[in-house]
Design a protein around this ligand. Sequence first.
Ligand SMILES: Cc1cc2nc3c(=O)[nH]c(=O)nc-3n(C[C@H](O)[C@H](O)[C@H](O)COP(=O)(O)OP(=O)(O)OC[C@H]3O[C@@H](n4cnc5c(N)ncnc54)[C@H](O)[C@@H]3O)c2cc1C
Length: 279
Amino acid sequence: MKAAAFEHVDAADVQDALRLLASAAGRAKLMAGGQSLGPMLNLRLSRPQSVVDLSKLAALTSVQVQGQDLLLGARLTHAAIEDGRHPALAAHPMRQVAAGIAYRAIRNKGTLGGSLAHADPAADWVVALVAMGAAVCLQSPRGERERPLEGFMQAAYTTELADDELITAVRVPAMTDGRWGYYKFCRKPGEFADASAAVCRVGPAAPWRLVLGALDGPPLLLSAFAQELGEPGAASLTLSRLRNAVAAALPERDPIDHQLHAVCLARALAQAGWPALAA
Ligand SMILES: Cc1cc2nc3c(=O)[nH]c(=O)nc-3n(C[C@H](O)[C@H](O)[C@H](O)COP(=O)(O)OP(=O)(O)OC[C@H]3O[C@@H](n4cnc5c(N)ncnc54)[C@H](O)[C@@H]3O)c2cc1C
């Protein structure tokens, strides 16, 4: 199948992109790397009147250090993050996540902002960055706003982005003193995950955040269970304990899903420094 006809327009800058979006009154789509929008257009799941191409917007590829945070431009590619091209990303755990996304050809084009806006429940960034407590920076003709990523994704392929709004940047913790783990199950390397889990503590005084992903909707934060677990080594950790916590959080899912997510969580916890599971 081929895409239905649409007008392709290169945005000159963010203001131009916002003007083009506003004038299309909901009938335009932004395109960043085109790695998700391209297939949607070809399958005619998306039939916009115009496509506003962001690829000329170099300003959206910057990396800024702001105190304990990094402000990552929405158009940073997965490959740029994987390669740690900016010094602030050189030792950042996002590199590990980026390296596991699809194949290098897709990582060369696919972007951070595009992935978060597309909101595929099985995508890597939506899960990993909720665990980090990231936020998205949005801009529209009404001004700028910053929203926690937790809650930004409302359902599969649905976010709180308005039709005339774009993601300019993503705020993530610098993770200079953080602990971290991420694990996903894929049938083949490069495929979307069947189950995933991320574990993060951004600094020694911060709470642990445990997140399950690749669900039917947004990632799920296991806040009460994270509190119950306490610090690594504080409580004995068994796979059956993790499976019970997953089953309680996802009662609608079948036992195979519970097991897959529990194993993802166990492996993410081990990466974050939890002692090996008791038998
Ligand atoms: C074969 C294949 C395998 C893949 N495997 C994985 C995987 O394992 N893990 C994973 O996480 N992803 C995977 N992906 C998706 C890939 O990571 C895409 O890069 C990503 O989903 C979309 O990024 P993009 O820049 O290409 O966005 P685009 O395709 O250009 O856009 C996607 C959506 O986001 C909107 N958008 C883009 N940029 C912005 C912005 N700045 N502000 C607001 N809205 C915006 C567009 O309008 C569109 O609705 C895979 C894709 C393919 C084709």
